[in-house]
Design a protein around this ligand. Structure first.
Ligand SMILES: C[S@@+](CC[C@H](N)C(=O)[O-])C[C@H]1O[C@@H](n2cnc3c(N)ncnc32)[C@H](O)[C@@H]1O
Length: 302
């Protein structure tokens, strides 16, 4: 089935169709995902992304078959690409705005070669696909990083078939307190530091501040940890330990300082948007997936 709209211009590089300029607001993501290509990918020791995908979507394998086509919007290095393809039959169309698509292709090369995975470098707000084409859609960790939240959600709805499931997870907004943290206070400075230097700096400070975090945690002074200049290690799945935990902290800290857009959303607003746009909402709230917790809205297109 041809899912592409007619007469759309693209370039082909490395067997991936590119519908966007090579330089765009998501360059930081391309940089980070090509350096930390493997950090968050499930392996024999942990299956964090697989569990998270199942818990957040509640999709059941029996409802999928070889003809099912699912859209993944904003795939990064492809941790959920792998989690999806290893658990469900059919095809997955994965898009990302940045050159993280290279990293996704490398991480999931077998699925790519077997034509179960199709990767496009494309913008969610201008997807090159026909409307009502995907059986299911998921978009994890992306919404807050797009310039126009409503536009992003609308495009996800448009591309999904009637009766299809659309699942998004995102940074939740919990009042003004959400933005009073080292992340938002230091970001104006951090953003000005060249990516390579910033990453080196984060690598240097992370071990010390991770230990500080553990001490504050031990002393029940969690209220202070939001002012430490690293990501909150409690958001990292508990199954990730030792050296890999530190690598994950470095990656998430780089991510938190460099994202061009960072707009946490109220769960109720995201949910209401689906309700206002011909969807029913099956779930809106926090999902605890054993390794962590995410703000999730799960909708069905009517
Ligand atoms: C925080 S990463 C999450 C990646 C992946 N979903 C995961 O959870 O590992 C956000 C991703 O969204 C992509 N992104 C941001 N804006 C986008 C847009 N308008 N269209 C497509 N992808 C976008 C970025 O390039 C980045 O790879």
């Amino acid at each position: 089935m041809n899912i592409l709209k007619k007469k759309i211009k693209y370039k082909k590089k490395n067997k991936i169709l590119r519908f966007v300029n090579q330089t765009n607001y998501a360059d930081n993501f391309g940089y980070q995902w090509n350096i930390f290509r493997k950090t968050q990918i499930d392996n024999l020791k942990f299956n964090v992304s697989k569990t998270r995908l199942l818990e957040q979507t509640k999709w059941k394998k029996k409802n999928f078959n070889n003809k099912t086509i699912t859209l993944e919007a904003g795939s990064g290095a492809g941790r959920f690409t792998q989690a999806y393809l290893s658990q469900f039959p059919g095809k997955l169309i994965s898009i990302d705005l940045s050159n993280a698509v290279e990293s996704n292709k490398k991480n999931n090369i077998d699925y790519f070669n077997r034509k179960r995975l199709f990767i496009f470098q494309a913008d969610i707000s201008k997807m090159p696909f026909k409307n009502n084409i995907f059986d299911n859609t998921f978009c994890f960790g992306v919404l807050q990083h797009t310039p126009q939240i409503k536009k992003t959600l609308m495009e996800l709805i448009k591309k999904t078939k009637k009766g299809g499931s659309i699942v998004v997870d995102f940074y939740p907004y919990n009042g003004f307190w959400t933005k009073i943290s080292a992340k938002y206070l230091l970001r104006p400075i951090a953003k000005r530091i060249p990516k390579k230097h910033l990453l080196n700096l984060i690598k240097k400070i992370s071990p010390f501040f991770y230990r500080t975090h553990l001490v504050l945690n031990y002393l029940n002074l969690n209220v202070l940890t939001r002012f430490l200049p690293i990501c909150d290690p409690r958001t990292i799945p508990r199954a990730i330990k030792g050296k890999q935990r530190l690598e994950w902290i470095i990656l998430d800290t780089f991510d938190m300082y460099t994202a061009y857009y960072d707009q946490p959303q109220k769960i109720t607003n995201v949910s209401q948007f689906f309700l206002d746009n011909k969807c029913i909402v099956e779930f809106a709230g926090y999902v605890n997936y054993h390794h962590g917790i995410s703000a999730v809205v799960r909708a069905k297109k009517l």
